[in-house]
Design a protein around this ligand. Structure first.
Ligand code: MN
Length: 491
């Protein structure tokens, strides 16, 4: 990978980009990282370059690509975010700062905290582009994971699956999610990976052959009909996706129960063409009972849309058809990033399903922005979590609190006893007053005062959370009852 490769990719995918500015950023990054090497021994610049290249391939804009080139400068070199702002403007500096901030989040493999960590990741990113850069960065790190010690490999690989890929899935960025999972799988779960490889070795070649033979028949049937087909191709189920399915109780590790190891994808222009093609398929090949799913009428939570139907081929083997429009396909592969595809190809705007709201309630608002404003990405802020903050315990676990919360709220959130015995607080290793407003990313360490037996009444005026207030009231009531009891039974 050289800078020439990036330029070539950008000429294709970002034809309007200012390549001179991109080259300036490349030279700046190269100089800043001068003398640094990757663990593999390669010059450090190969990493930001590969990151930028991936962003170009995703059809993202020039600003994002430049931020990709510069993404490790403040963290690993003498040059600061302010220097970047001076040279390349506030917007690029803001994106790079976002990536640097995300670098502090670490997943220690505790499931209980994974969901909060995912939310925190998105909240701290602030801008969708920061997530894209971070994903491209991580994918390149996974591609070069071989050079790291095994313990580190496993931590990074599991974090990539549990945090990064899970976010990718919710944001409907299938292409990135797939890469993150497949690159991580052998490092995250080596034994399971070997087991799956054994299964795949025995099943995949035969299934592929069956699919190729059947495709010829399908092509002929489609040609002789009046259906409108844009693209027809076979897809093979990916390793990690197959693994996740196999271990579900429903399949009980039995590969014969899985009917989408290979599938035929049909891309059509309009929704009505989807149903038209489906009708034609069912006329020619018997569908397997209860193996038809209409994700167009009922999209998946992340907005995924397609028609899926398992049918019996002419030789009696089951195979799945997946029918969708080009628009649905782009959304499934790229999620919000698909917007750029459409902009480049000039074929309209993507629509993100409101079903995605379950996790990102305000995705719909973003959709409105997409519709209203072609330049939406420049102002796109992930403020859906702006009313929440995410802070760490000293062990690095993430606690999710409402904006404005302080150390007392934090203490009660951990445990009632921690709250009742709260004697003080250290935020980021500094002694801090209890009413100090916490910020996302703060590390909060509650100082336990064993002599304190119940909370101070003043705390009721300070706390921001309902939980903390109720727990304080309960503790005070208990104390008062104790006093009354003692008064009543004194003689
Ligand atoms: Mn990096």
């Amino acid at each position: 990978m050289t800078f020439e490769d990036l330029k070539k990719s950008m000429r294709e995918n970002q034809p309007d980009a200012d390549l001179e500015l991109v080259e300036l950023a490349y030279e700046y990054a190269k100089e800043a990282h001068e003398g640094q090497t990757r663990v593999s021994g390669e010059p450090y610049i190969t990493h930001p370059l590969a990151t930028a290249y991936k962003l170009s391939q995703l059809h993202l804009d020039q600003t994002t690509i430049i931020a990709g080139l510069l993404h490790d400068v403040p963290e690993d070199t003498e040059r600061t975010v302010e220097d970047l702002a001076e040279h390349f403007g506030e917007e690029i500096a803001f994106l790079v700062e976002g990536i640097t901030k995300l670098g502090t989040i670490k997943y220690r493999g505790i499931d209980r905290f994974a969901e909060n960590l995912r939310k925190m990741f998105v909240a701290m990113a602030e801008d969708m582009r920061v997530i894209f850069i971070k994903f491209a960065d991580r994918i390149h790190n996974l591609e070069t994971l071989d050079s790291l010690p095994v313990v580190k490999q496993q931590r990074i690989a599991r974090e990539s699956i549990d945090i990064y890929a899970a976010i990718g899935e919710r944001l409907s960025m299938g292409r990135l999610k797939d890469q993150l999972e497949d690159l991580s799988f052998p490092y995250a779960y080596p034994k399971e990976y070997e087991w799956l490889k054994g299964i795949v070795k025995h099943t995949r070649p035969g299934k592929k052959k069956m699919m190729q033979d059947f495709m010829k028949v399908v092509e002929k049937v489609f040609k002789e009909s009046d259906v409108n087909i844009q693209e027809l191709y076979g897809r093979v189920k990916r390793d990690f996706s197959l693994y996740k399915k196999l271990i579900k109780p429903k399949y009980n590790n039995d590969v014969d129960k899985i009917h989408d190891i290979v599938a035929i994808r049909v891309i059509v222009p309009e929704i009505r063409d989807c149903y038209h093609v489906l009708g034609l398929i069912h006329q020619n090949w018997k569908p397997m009972p209860e193996r038809f799913k209409d994700y167009i009428a009922q999209p998946k939570l992340n907005g995924y849309q397609s028609l899926h139907s398992v049918v019996f081929t002419n030789t009696g083997q089951p195979i799945e058809f997946q029918i969708r429009t080009q628009n649905m396909h782009e959304i499934a592969e790229y999620g919000i990033a698909a917007h750029f595809h459409y902009k480049e190809k000039g074929s309209g705007k993507p629509t993100l399903s409101p079903e995605a709201e379950v996790w990102l309630e305000q995705l719909q608002r973003i959709q409105e922005e997409i519709k209203e404003n072609a330049q939406f990405i420049e102002t796109l802020k992930l403020d859906m979590f702006s009313h929440r903050i995410f802070v760490f315990t000293p062990k690095g676990d993430v606690i999710d609190l409402p904006d404005g919360a302080n150390s007392i709220d934090f203490a009660y959130h951990i445990h009632t006893d921690v709250g009742n015995h709260c004697g003080g607080s250290k935020v980021n290793n500094k002694l801090t007053s209890l009413d100090h407003k916490l910020q996302s990313g703060d590390v909060v360490d509650i100082i336990i005062d064993k002599k304190r037996t119940s909370p101070s009444e003043d705390w009721l005026d300070i706390v921001q959370t309902h939980t903390a207030r109720e727990k304080i009231k309960a503790a005070i009531r208990k104390r008062q009852q104790g006093i009354i009891t003692r008064l009543l039974y004194r003689d």
